[in-house]
Design a protein around this ligand. Structure first.
Ligand SMILES: [Zn+2]
Length: 439
């Protein structure tokens, strides 16, 4: 059995046997023809990012390396229609190392033997910007990377993605570094030169630990700046309080509602209050379509974020952008198990929620996020705080506590948890969005 097969099996004991048997694998040879590891072109849209990524079309996958599904696909195709292994089975590894040769060697091991998707940077600042846009499942940070210590890089990466699994590497370990690693709760500390089997083991273990922690990956899709904050802002704050990853996708800059640049700044400020990653597209305000490019944009983000929950607009809404966003999101999220629709101020009387989440403890944070849209406040009555509070108060009739956000359930294919079945009475768990129950 090849090592890559054992890794694919996820058989830790098998892998351990291979190591204890003295078969410590050498690093695979480095292909000197491979392109440079840095990403000089961070301003490109996410669909073109990651030239080092093995899932990309015709990129730098070694000819003798394993076949990677989709590597010869035209890059315009949505990535989640790729044949072969589902994208979710591949781990997205972000390597940051000033030593390009070491990074290259680690990349080859993780790609060719682990089948992982690997992106590498020599510049930590660029790596953080990449993380903002694209995310990752695990960070492999060298402690001595120029410009930023590895521990600081881990700290800043986790500010963006809470709980991000992280492994520190170092050529010359020190006590100070070990103490820092413990304090940061990094998953592992590996001493260079790295051993292939150990690297694969540690990456697989760290990702498995994170996967078993029950954290959700949440995606909220809105047509305009402020839609998501108004509809689901309190619930997103609860997700963040639970350690979940939250991404906001805003499809339009909202140019009809004011200066585009200032609306973007406001959206960024609001996302910062929530602790969410913000992805902002530039579809034409009031002309968002229900087909492409909207569907393709949402599909691309779903492939990147791999959400476990999606929130988006309700179809019961008088605003055509909201309805079309809903329809496009339904197509793009067709394979996802859990889809909920929030209430916009333009929702119609047909909005009929069946899931109620208490935002009693996050209402003030929600209002703070919405206050970031202050350029709109004087002209938009729906941003009036009294109305926002009253709406949350009203829905508490059906949920719990004194403030609730209400959702239509489009799809819920998740298995009910034993705790939610224990009581037949409707229940809303404060500050915890995992086991919300229909009222
Ligand atoms: Zn809107």
């Amino acid at each position: 059995m090849a090592l890559s097969d054992r890794i694919a099996d996820g058989s830790a004991s098998e892998r351990r046997r291979s190591r204890s048997g003295g078969a410590s694998l050498p690093m695979v040879p480095i292909d000197s023809t491979r392109p440079t590891l840095s990403h000089p072109d961070m301003h490109r849209p996410p669909s073109d990012e990651a030239p080092d990524d093995a899932s990309g079309a015709g990129l730098d996958v070694d000819p003798e390396g394993p076949r990677v599904a989709g590597r010869h696909r035209p890059s315009s195709l949505p990535t989640d229609v790729a044949e072969g292994p589902a994208p979710s089975t591949r781990v997205r590894v972000l390597i940051v190392d000033g030593d390009a040769a070491a990074a290259r060697a680690a990349t080859q091991v993780l790609r060719r033997m682990g089948g992982h998707r690997v992106t590498t940077f020599t510049d930590p600042e660029m790596a953080l910007r990449y993380l903002d846009v694209t995310g990752a499942d695990i960070l492999l940070a060298d402690h001595d990377v120029p410009g930023m210590r590895g521990s600081e890089l881990v700290r800043q990466a986790r500010r963006r993605i809470p709980g991000l699994p992280a492994i520190l590497t170092a050529a010359t370990p020190s006590v100070e570094m070990a103490v820092e690693a413990v304090r940061l709760r990094v998953d592992d500390l590996l001493i260079k030169p790295l051993v292939a089997a150990e690297l694969l083991d540690k990456v697989a273990d760290a990702v498995a630990r994170a996967g078993s922690s029950g954290r959700e990956r949440v995606l909220a899709v809105g047509a305009h700046p402020d839609d998501v904050e108004i509809g689901v802002g309190g619930t997103l704050l609860s997700h963040r309080a639970s350690g979940d990853q939250v991404t906001i996708l805003t499809l339009s800059g909202g140019a009809r509602g004011g200066n585009k640049a200032s609306r973007r700044r406001e959206a960024e400020a609001a996302a910062a209050v929530i602790g969410a990653r913000l992805l902002m597209e530039d579809l034409e305000d009031t002309h968002i379509r229900e087909s492409d490019p909207t569907v393709a944009i949402i599909e691309r983000v779903i492939t990147e974020v791999r959400p476990t929950i999606i929130y988006t607009h309700s179809i019961n809404d008088v605003h055509q952008d909201h309805r079309n966003t809903h329809s496009a999101a339904m197509v793009a999220s067709r394979s996802l198990p859990y889809v909920l629709c929030f209430q916009s101020p333009s929702a119609t009387i047909a909005f009929r929620p069946s899931r109620f989440v208490s935002i009693e403890h996050t209402l003030e944070g929600k209002l703070e996020a919405i206050r970031a849209f202050d350029s709109q406040a004087s002209t938009r009555e729906y941003l009036d705080e009294e109305l926002l509070r009253a709406t949350a108060r009203y829905w508490a009739r059906f949920g719990g506590g004194t403030a609730v956000e209400a959702f239509e359930v489009v799809r819920d294919r998740r298995r009910p948890s034993p705790t939610s079945l224990a009581s037949s009475a409707p229940k809303v768990t404060h500050g915890d969005t995992r086991f919300v129950v229909s009222g």
